[in-house]
Design a protein around this ligand. Structure first.
Ligand SMILES: C[S@@+](CC[C@H](N)C(=O)[O-])C[C@H]1O[C@@H](n2cnc3c(N)ncnc32)[C@H](O)[C@@H]1O
Length: 300
C-alpha cells in the first residue's frame, strides 16, 4: 500500500473514497485515532469490494481468505466504531445537523412545531439514537442497521425490510447518510436507491396546505463522501441528478464540504419506475480517479 505521508499523498487522499468527515472551522490537526479510523474504514471498504467480486466469481477460497481479513480487522462492529468516531465533533459532527438546518431554513420545523405534527423518518444505517434529528422533536424516527449498536436501532437489512403496504407504514423522509457508499457494488447501490421510493409517503401531513412542506418531503437525505461525485470515473453530480430523476427524485438542497456531499432529493412518483435502466458509463476518465458507480438494472 505504501506510505501516504507526502503532501502528494495528502492531496490524493482528499480525492479518495476513504475521505471521511468535514473539517471544523478551526481545522485541528487530525488525531492519530482519526488516521487509524480512516485506515480501518478504507481497508474494510476495499476488502468488501473484493468479497463481492470473489463471491460473484464463485471463488470460495478467496471468499474465505477475504472474510478472515475482515474478521481480523474487527468486521462490521469495528467499522461502525470507526464511523462513530467519525461523527465526533472534532471531525465535523453529526450529518443530520445539515438536514435539520435545511428544514429550519425552509420553515418546515416552525410549521411542524406550530401544528404539533411530526414527520416519519427512516434512518438507514443508524449508529446512534441521539443525533440532531432525534432530539429535534419534529420526527418519529425508526432506525435500522445491519448491526445494531443500541436499543432503539432495529437490526435489519434495508434491502430485506418488508415493503410497506399502507401509507401508515411509509416515511416522509429517508436518511441514507454514508450508507450508499458502504454498499460494495454499483447494482446494489442502484437497488438501494430504487427501493427507497417504495418507502416514501406521498400524502402531506396536517392540512397539506404548505408549499414549503410539499417541496421538502417526501424526500431522501443522501450523504456521500465527496469523491464519489467529484473524482469518480463513472459518477459526477450531473449523472447522479439524471439517475435520481429516473427514480422520480429532484434535487432541492445540496451542500459540499471538503470531504462530504449532502443532498436532499424530493420524490414524486413516476411511471415506469421499475423499467428504467441506467448503465455504468465513463464520464471522467483518468488514472487518479476512483470507480464509484451506481447502476440501475432494467427490470421487468
Ligand atoms: C459509515 S456507517 C454510517 C453511519 C451514519 N449514518 C453516519 O452518517 O455516520 C454505514 C452504516 O450503514 C449500515 N448499512 C449499510 N448497508 C445497510 C443496509 N442495507 N441496511 C441497513 N444498514 C446498512 C452499516 O451497517 C453501517 O453501520
Amino acid at each position: 500500500m505504501g506510505s501516504k505521508k507526502s503532501t502528494k499523498a495528502k492531496g490524493s487522499r482528499a480525492g479518495s473514497l476513504s475521505a471521511g468527515r468535514p473539517p471544523t472551522a478551526a481545522k485541528p490537526k487530525a488525531s492519530v485515532s482519526a488516521k487509524a479510523t480512516r485506515t480501518v474504514i478504507n481497508k474494510l471498504h476495499q476488502i468488501n469490494k473484493q468479497l463481492v467480486r470473489a463471491k460473484s466469481a464463485g471463488n470460495e477460497a478467496q471468499v474465505k481468505d477475504l472474510q478472515t481479513q475482515v474478521d481480523a480487522l474487527g468486521g462490521l462492529p469495528r467499522y461502525q466504531q470507526a464511523s462513530i468516531q467519525g461523527q465526533s465533533i472534532e471531525r465535523g459532527g453529526d450529518s443530520s445537523l445539515v438536514l435539520m438546518q435545511w428544514l429550519k431554513d425552509a420553515g418546515v420545523v416552525g410549521q411542524l412545531k406550530t401544528s404539533h405534527a411530526r414527520l416519519k423518518l427512516l434512518e438507514v444505517g443508524a449508529l446512534s439514537i441521539k443525533n440532531a434529528c432525534a432530539t429535534s422533536g419534529i420526527f418519529d424516527v425508526q432506525r435500522i442497521d445491519l448491526h445494531s449498536q443500541a436499543d432503539g436501532i432495529l437490526q435489519q437489512d434495508f434491502m430485506e425490510r418488508p415493503i410497506p403496504q399502507t401509507g401508515e407504514e411509509k416515511f416522509h423522509i429517508i436518511s441514507l447518510s454514508l450508507v450508499l457508499n458502504f454498499v460494495p457494488d454499483a447494482e446494489g447501490r442502484g437497488e438501494m436507491l430504487r427501493r427507497t421510493c417504495q418507502f416514501l409517503e406521498r400524502n402531506q401531513i396536517g392540512d397539506g396546505s404548505s408549499e414549503t412542506a410539499a417541496t421538502h418531503y417526501p424526500s431522501l437525505f443522501l450523504v456521500l463522501p465527496a469523491p464519489c461525485v467529484t473524482n469518480s470515473r463513472y459518477m459526477d453530480e450531473k449523472r447522479l441528478t439524471l439517475l435520481m430523476a429516473h427514480l422520480g427524485y429532484s434535487l432541492i438542497q445540496r451542500k459540499q464540504t471538503t470531504k462530504l456531499v449532502y443532498y436532499l432529493w424530493h420524490w414524486k412518483p413516476i411511471l415506469e419506475l421499475k423499467r428504467q435502466g441506467f448503465a455504468k458509463t465513463q464520464v471522467n476518465p483518468g488514472v487518479t480517479r476512483n470507480n464509484f458507480a451506481i447502476v440501475l438494472k432494467r427490470s421487468k
